[in-house]
Design a protein around this ligand. Sequence first.
Ligand code: FEO
Length: 402
Amino acid sequence: MECVRKVTDDLYWVGGNDRRLALFENIFPISRGVSYNSYLLMDEKTVLLDTADRSISEQFFENITAVLGEHSLDILVVNHMEPDHCALIGDLVRRYPKLQIIGNAKTFQMMQQFFDFDIDGRSIVVKEGDTFDSGKHELHFVMAPMVHWPEAMVTYDATDKILFSADGFGSFGALPGSIFADELDFDRDWLDDARRYYTNIVGKYGSSVQALLKKAAGLDIQMICPLHGPVWREDLGYILDKYQKWSTYEPEEKGVVIAYASMYGNTENAANACACKLADRGVRKIAVYDVSNTDVSELIAEIFRYSHLVLAAPTYNGAIYPKMEHLLLDMKALNVQGRTVALVENGTWAATTAKQMHAQLEALKNMTVLDAELSIKSALKNDQGTQLDALCDAIAASVKES
Ligand code: FEO
């Protein structure tokens, strides 16, 4: 049976949810599933905005068949060619042979790479500022290169003031029947997944997101329809503010993430002692994670969230403990910048991790590494209390100043 929601008088959500997939992109754990949003505009010409992932194809086709009724599908707008949204284009063309497809030059280049059907005979190539009149609605096409693929674009319905934002403003998490952010407790239940989605999928491309936000600022937007997660029709300032911060790498909160690696519990003890002393010093937002049992995507999201970071790790084979090194490599890959970091190292015979972590952090933009460091030989002893105090004094003072 179809499973659709009405978005406006003539716009329908015709997407679907996948709660079985364990890893999005075969990388990111999604314990709450994911939605693949698709939107069908019932105008004089019927317009579908993006298809969906193959995993929900049956539901997707039931949905569009039910909404179309006696009508055929005239137009497909392809805002993004990643397969979680484009996978069903070939099937769609077979069902609706007269379908015309709107995309930009790069869209069709990628489509040729993914598909074998006759593309040239049905393509409408658009560029920045081009429009398409479907009858009552006037669609404007806005290029969004590298948010987060080169062909990405967004579509603005000037009639109803709706931005179809592709991956922008998306989130992990399957939709529970409610598809609008105002039908959910977004801040409580969705923000963490939205942050984790943004920072890990789009986080590297902050300047591209900034360019898109500047273009969006020139539009009167009353609703945002992303390709994953809830639709925004109220309090758009809330999510726009998050995107402004995330895309400029500005922390959302003054606080400290302590990410530690510990083989036998000794570095963990130092991390916990540090957390207690920070709390004693009035730091109110402290998050502590074991890098060995926390997915790196969660660590990245938390590092985007908070202003300060403590990295604590043992030396391993003369190098940085591998799980910690993975985090540092991911921080570089995702363009983490502008954070203040304190380092704690551990080693039974030759602790060199702090120096090596410092070198990796220097490759990131605008990072401040505090001079106070803590070097542990095997286990933190009481006679290092002064050193730990100095480290925590420096972190707490820096949090206060930030
Ligand atoms: Fe949801 Fe970049 O695809």
